[in-house]
Ligand binder design. Sequence first.
Ligand code: CO8
Length: 372
Amino acid sequence: MQPVISGAGVWTPPYSISNEELVGSYNAYAEHFNSTNKLRIANGKLEAKPLSSAEFVEKASGIKSRYVYVKNGILDIDCMCPRIPERSDSALSHQAEMGLNAAQIAMQSAHKTAAEIDMVIVSCAYTQRAYPAIAIEIQHALGIQGFGFDMLVACSAATFALQRAQDAILAGSAKCVLLINPELTSPQINYRDRDSHFIFGDVSTATIVERESDATAEHVFKILGSRAVTQYSNNIRSNFSYVSRAYDSDPFAEDKLFHQQGRKVFKEVCPMAVKHLSQQVSDYNLEISNIRRWWLHQANLNMNLLINKKLVGKDLSQDKSPTVLDTYANTASAGSILAFAQHHQDLKKGDYGVICSFGAGYSIGSLLLQKQ
Ligand code: CO8
């Protein structure tokens, strides 16, 4: 059974925050911190908070703004966290709502009804609870029979889940898989950290993977092959955990939020991604030049420019390697799916494309596609 991607959907949250707004809030916080702690800073007992800059953010990352699920609280220097109203157990959870919104768009684009889907995977960097699975909640909300589960692989959650769906179709354990990436990253961002406060945004993406023989959509892509690799690194880390309750430490301390050695990640992950992608393409006896479009992970524009240059030997255009970083920022595992969802309809029959993610773990996942 040949697996295909036959639908994709993106749900964009209603609120956007520009670099200027975000940096304005961070700098107000840093100045307040520095003036409140003037004496201790002067005595060398405390380090002054450095200021951020909107120009730096755009130059270092390609990000101009980001969407957030809830804006209230993020820019308030006494809070610096989204104030998301808690819902009762009987209400649809926030992440399920985000996921459902993207799922419905993907199902529509694949011409699929709930009755035709038999497997649901929610895969993202964080789920808002351990159980019941968000995937099962969405399955229930849509009235899907069969089974669902959540899986976490940080920035590679979506590509690793697509590989699971490919395997399930090949093995015959599913006929039609709904994959959802509700990336609610904002509660994990340390908006008080100058080096990372600008990196992430919220979004939800979804895809449909089914058997080629069942696909009726306008834009159908054969999954020719997939590759996944992991290599342990502490350079991107969050210690947020259910075990926090048992520790004798602050459950909301800085180490419980996203933190990274950004420069090291940049230097180590780029060559890994280049090697991985070269292999992915040569495994199918193709040349890099045969690839019509690269839907790369959206963490940093300079990273993607470097990877493109090493792969192809020259800078690639937006047409060859589209970026969505300017308006969405890094949306964890949803980034490459977002690029795919917004930039695939112009491909012609027989064109090849590659979806690739890279991030925490480290983890790299890729899929070689061919337009039907
Ligand atoms: N404003 C002004 N100056 C700044 C700022 C700022 N905001 N931040 C740093 N600087 C300064 C630094 O202090 C440094 O100054 P100096 O040269 O005097 O020491 C200078 O600017 C340059 O700093 P860097 O070398 O750190 O800057 P880079 O050019 O490397 O850019 C980046 C920093 C943008 C972080 C870049 O290194 C990067 O993007 N690296 C790749 C990171 C990456 O891809 N990480 C993956 C994370 S995503 C992931 O895996 C999923 C995790 C799960 C999701 C999490 C959800 C919350």
